[in-house]
Design a protein around this ligand. Sequence first.
Ligand SMILES: *[C@@H]1O[C@H](CO)[C@@H](O)[C@H](O)[C@H]1NC(C)=O
Ligand SMILES: *[C@@H]1O[C@H](CO)[C@@H](O)[C@H](O)[C@H]1NC(C)=O
Ligand SMILES: *[C@@H]1O[C@H](CO)[C@@H](O)[C@H](O)[C@H]1NC(C)=O
Ligand SMILES: *[C@@H]1O[C@H](CO)[C@@H](O)[C@H](O)[C@H]1NC(C)=O
Length: 210
Amino acid sequence: IIQWDFMDTFFNLTLKDVLFWDWFSRHCPHAHFIFKGDDDVFVRTPAVLDYLLAEAANRSFSDGSRQANKMETFVVGDVISNATPIRSNGTKYYIPESFYKGWYPSYPGGGGVIYSGSLAHRLLAVSQRVHLFPIDDVYLGMCLQRLGVYPIHHPAFLTFDFPKDEPKEPCANHTILLVHKRSPAEMFQLWTETSTPSPKCRNTMLRALT
Ligand SMILES: *[C@@H]1O[C@H](CO)[C@@H](O)[C@H](O)[C@H]1NC(C)=O
Ligand SMILES: *[C@@H]1O[C@H](CO)[C@@H](O)[C@H](O)[C@H]1NC(C)=O
Ligand SMILES: *[C@@H]1O[C@H](CO)[C@@H](O)[C@H](O)[C@H]1NC(C)=O
Ligand SMILES: *[C@@H]1O[C@H](CO)[C@@H](O)[C@H](O)[C@H]1NC(C)=O
């Protein structure tokens, strides 16, 4: 557990990202990937590792050397595009017109996002030149935009839960990388279910764009 000296409030969340990038750059400079998520997100960790290994392999040369420059742009999640600031006073995401005009850049929803360690070093550097913004995932989008990095959208990042209109499928919980939001009891149930899948769900594919 890392603690910093500021008030832990909703509009100070962005400070955690920026201070984390600094801490990470000093203490884990060689880590390959970062997962950042909320504490009420269930992550199917073995599936995430399989996915990341496949991504890393795909970005390698056949002789095994890594294309570091390709990993420097790696960020994946539930990418929100064409979002506009919420203009009604009284919601926690309210941003007055006087504070920010126009649309938000595309950003991966903060409930659960993965990016490369090398991108974190670049985010730290660029955060010196991008004005802090009180909504942390939007701020990540602003920094990515400044770097010219496009976040990858992956439909298995269910930061808004399963689509409401989706028919119930028996192996649905095996198609995800993560899902928001789940109670501790549900997490335990999900962990049990997904770590020992029934035979029919054993080879379920991740959700793909439909
Ligand atoms: C953020 O933390 C600082 C330092 O503790 C505090 O002065 C400030 O009021 C906080 N800002 C918000 C919006 O809570
Ligand atoms: C590998 O990368 C290419 C281009 O970057 C992409 O089109 C393809 O879908 C990737 N394949 C896998 C298995 O990730
Ligand atoms: C939002 O509403 C609150 C309470 O009605 C008010 O005190 C505050 O000044 C308003 N903020 C803005 C920026 O209009
Ligand atoms: C998926 O997990 C949820 C808990 O988040 C559980 O309520 C549900 O029954 C599971 N679905 C199936 C088909 O097992």
